[in-house]
Write a protein that binds this ligand. Structure first.
Ligand SMILES: *[C@@H]1O[C@H](CO)[C@@H](O)[C@H](O)[C@H]1NC(C)=O
Ligand SMILES: *[C@@H]1O[C@H](CO)[C@@H](O)[C@H](O)[C@H]1NC(C)=O
Ligand SMILES: *[C@@H]1O[C@H](CO)[C@@H](O)[C@H](O)[C@H]1NC(C)=O
Length: 499
C-alpha cells in the first residue's frame, strides 16, 4: 500500500459513512451496509478487531506485517478472515471500494476480506444489504415493504418504527424497486434518486421548524457512490432549509456537501422508496438497559432418507403427505401474549457461484399451535397460526404476536426431498425454551410395560354430541356446537394412535 500513497492508514480522522465510495463492482449492497456499519462504534469494532493495533504505526514501521484481520458472523458464529495488503488497482487507483481520502484503506481491506469469504470479488456482484449487515452484526434483518398509501396513520407508524430502530442502535437501508423497466422519463421523475440501488439511512430525526413547536419527520440517506443526491425538497442547499434555525441546523448536523449524503422529508421518502431493510441490534445481554430478549439459535438440516419416519426433507404444506417429515421445533409462550421474531437462514451460496451451483433454496416456515404438554413430533395437521413466505433468499424472517401456549415451528424447503442446512433463530421477550422435537412417540420402556401406563397424548375428535346439558334456556347448545372439537386426554392407554 506504500506504493499507493506516502503514509497509508487504516483510518484517517476516524471512521465515517463518508469513507466509502463504491468502485467498479456491482456491490452497492455491500458498500451501503458498510456505511451503516461505520455509524456504530460498538458494531464496527467487532468486525475490525484490535483496530488500533492493526493500523500502521509510522513510529514503529517494523511492527507492520502486511496482514489484516477481520471478523464476520456466518451461520451462527464469528469467523476470522485474514488478508494481505495487496489491493487491485488500475492506473495506481483502487479499482473497487475506496475512501475519499487517498491514505485511508479500511473500506478497501474490509471489502477484500469479504470477497475472500465469498470466494472472489466477482462473487460480490449483486446482493442484499440486509445479508451484509447480518454478516457484520449477527442481527436479524427484516424486510419492510413501504406501501405508498394515503393512510397517514400507517405512515406515522412506519416513521416511529424507523426512529426507534435508529435510536436503539439498529441499522437501516432502503431502495426503490420498479416493477417495469424504467424509461428515461421516469428516471427524471425520481429527482436524482436511482432505482434498484441501495441507500443507507444515516439518521432518522424529528426536526424543529423555525421557532415553532412544529416538528418535521426527516430522514438522512447516503448514496454508496459518494455522489448522486436527491434533488427535491430539503436536498442540499434547497430553499426549505431556511425554515430551520441555524442553531437547529447545527444540532442535527447538516453537512450540505456534495458527498452523496442528503436529507429528505419523510413524506417524500415515503413516496419514492418501496423497500427498507431494518436490522435491530438485539442485545440479549441481561445487563443491557434496553429491552432484552431471549435468543435461541439452533442448527438443523433437511436431509433425505428412505421411509416417512426417517426422512427430514418434506417440502412445504402443499405436500401434505411429506410436510410433517421436516425437522420440528417446539417453543412456549409463557406470557399472555408475546411478540416473537423468527428467522431461518440457509448457508451462503455465493462461494459456489463459479461452479454454477450457487442457487439459494426456496425456504420458509409454518407455526402450529399444539397441546401444552406436547413432547413428540406431529404426525397429523394442526391449526396453523402463522408462517413466513417461501422465498429463494438467504434468509426469511417473521415477526408475529402469539398468545400464551405451546407452538411447533416447521422450517422447510418449498419442494420435498431437497437437502440443505439451516439456522433457526427465535427471539422472545421471555424464555421460550425452543428445542427440537426428536422422538416420534414415547419409547416403550420396561417401566411402562410393567405398569401399562404409557404417557401419551391422544387427540379425540368429537363429531356429534347428544344428551349434553343445555347451556341456557334458549337451548343454543346443539345448534351452536362446533362439530370438531379437540379434546386432549392424558395418560391414555392407546399406543396405536398418536394423533
Ligand atoms: C441468495 O439470496 C440473496 C439474498 O438473500 C441474494 O443476494 C443472492 O444473490 C442469492 N444467491 C444466489 C446465488 O442467487
Ligand atoms: C449489550 O448491552 C451491554 C450492557 O449494557 C453492553 O455492554 C453491550 O455492548 C451491548 N451489546 C451491543 C451489541 O450493543
Ligand atoms: C343462550 O344461547 C343463545 C344461542 O346460543 C345465545 O344467543 C344467548 O346469548 C345465550 N344466552 C345466555 C343468557 O347465555
Amino acid at each position: 500500500m506504500k506504493e499507493l500513497c506516502e503514509s497509508p492508514r487504516l483510518f484517517v480522522d476516524g471512521i465515517s459513512s463518508h469513507d466509502l465510495n463504491q468502485g467498479q463492482l456491482g456491490n452497492c449492497w455491500f458498500v451501503a451496509a458498510c456505511s451503516c456499519l461505520a455509524l456504530r462504534d460498538n458494531l464496527w469494532q467487532k468486525v475490525i478487531p484490535d483496530w488500533k493495533k492493526q493500523d500502521w504505526n509510522p513510529k514503529k514501521p517494523n511492527n507492520y506485517a502486511g496482514i489484516f484481520h477481520f471478523r464476520f458472523w456466518r451461520f451462527g458464529e464469528w469467523i476470522d478472515v485474514v488478508v494481505d495488503d495487496r489491493l487491485p488497482t488500475m492506473d495506481e487507483k483502487l479499482l473497487f471500494c475506496h475512501s475519499s481520502s487517498k491514505e485511508e484503506f479500511w473500506s478497501a481491506l474490509l471489502e477484500k476480506a469479504y470477497a475472500k469469504l465469498a470466494g472472489c470479488y466477482e462473487a460480490l456482484d449483486g446482493g442484499n444489504t440486509g445479508d451484509a449487515i447480518v454478516d457484520f452484526t449477527g442481527s436479524v434483518a427484516e424486510s419492510i415493504e413501504v406501501k405508498n398509501t394515503k393512510d397517514s396513520i400507517q405512515r406515522h407508524n412506519l416513521f416511529e418504527k424507523l426512529l426507534k430502530v435508529y435510536n436503539r442502535g439498529g441499522l437501516i437501508s432502503c431502495s426503490i424497486h420498479q416493477m417495469e423497466p424504467v424509461s428515461i422519463l421516469e428516471i427524471s421523475k425520481l429527482q436524482g434518486l436511482r432505482a434498484d440501488h441501495s441507500y443507507s439511512v444515516t439518521k432518522v430525526q424529528k426536526v424543529r421548524l423555525g421557532n415553532t413547536a412544529d416538528k418535521l419527520s426527516m430522514i438522512r440517506l447516503r448514496n454508496p457512490w459518494g455522489k448522486g443526491e436527491w434533488l427535491g425538497p430539503w436536498s442540499d442547499n434547497s430553499k426549505e432549509w431556511q425554515k430551520i434555525s441555524k442553531k437547529e441546523r447545527k444540532k442535527i448536523g447538516t453537512d450540505l456537501k456534495n458527498d452523496g449524503e442528503f436529507w429528505m422529508a419523510f413524506e417524500d421518502w415515503y413516496k419514492y422508496f418501496t423497500n427498507a431493510i431494518v436490522c435491530r441490534i438485539i442485545n440479549t445481554s441481561y445487563l443491557s438497559i434496553r429491552k432484552t430478549w431471549d435468543e435461541v439459535i439452533l442448527r438443523g438440516a433437511w436431509s433425505r432418507h428412505e421411509g416417512p419416519l426417517l426422512n427430514r426433507a418434506g417440502g412445504c404444506t402443499n405436500f401434505l403427505h411429506t410436510f410433517l417429515q421436516n425437522p420440528q421445533y417446539v417453543f412456549d409462550i409463557t406470557k399472555k401474549e408475546d411478540e416473537v421474531l423468527i428467522s431461518i437462514q440457509q448457508r451462503d451460496k455465493r462461494i459456489h457461484r463459479k461452479e454454477g451451483n450457487g442457487k439459494n433454496l426456496t425456504i420458509g416456515f409454518s407455526i402450529f399451535k399444539v397441546e401444552l404438554n406436547r413432547e413428540y413430533r406431529l404426525h397429523s395437521p394442526y391449526q396453523k397460526v402463522s408462517g413466513s413466505i417461501y422465498i429463494d433468499k438467504r434468509s426469511v424472517s417473521l415477526r408475529t404476536c402469539l398468545k400464551k401456549g405451546r407452538y411447533v415451528i416447521i422450517p422447510s424447503t418449498f419442494e420435498p426431498y431437497v437437502e440443505g442446512e439451516f439456522l433457526l433463530r427465535i427471539y422472545t421477550d421471555v424464555v421460550s425454551r425452543c428445542r427440537e422435537l426428536i422422538l416420534d412417540k414415547p419409547e416403550v420402556t420396561c417401566w411402562n410395560i410393567i405398569i401399562r401406563y404409557p404417557r401419551i397424548v391422544t387427540k379425540v375428535h368429537l363429531h356429534s354430541a347428544t344428551d349434553l346439558p343445555k347451556q341456557n334456556s334458549s337451548g343454543g347448545m346443539s345448534s351452536e356446537f362446533h362439530p370438531c372439537v379437540n379434546v386432549t386426554w392424558h395418560n391414555l392407554e392407546d399406543l396405536g394412535s398418536i394423533d
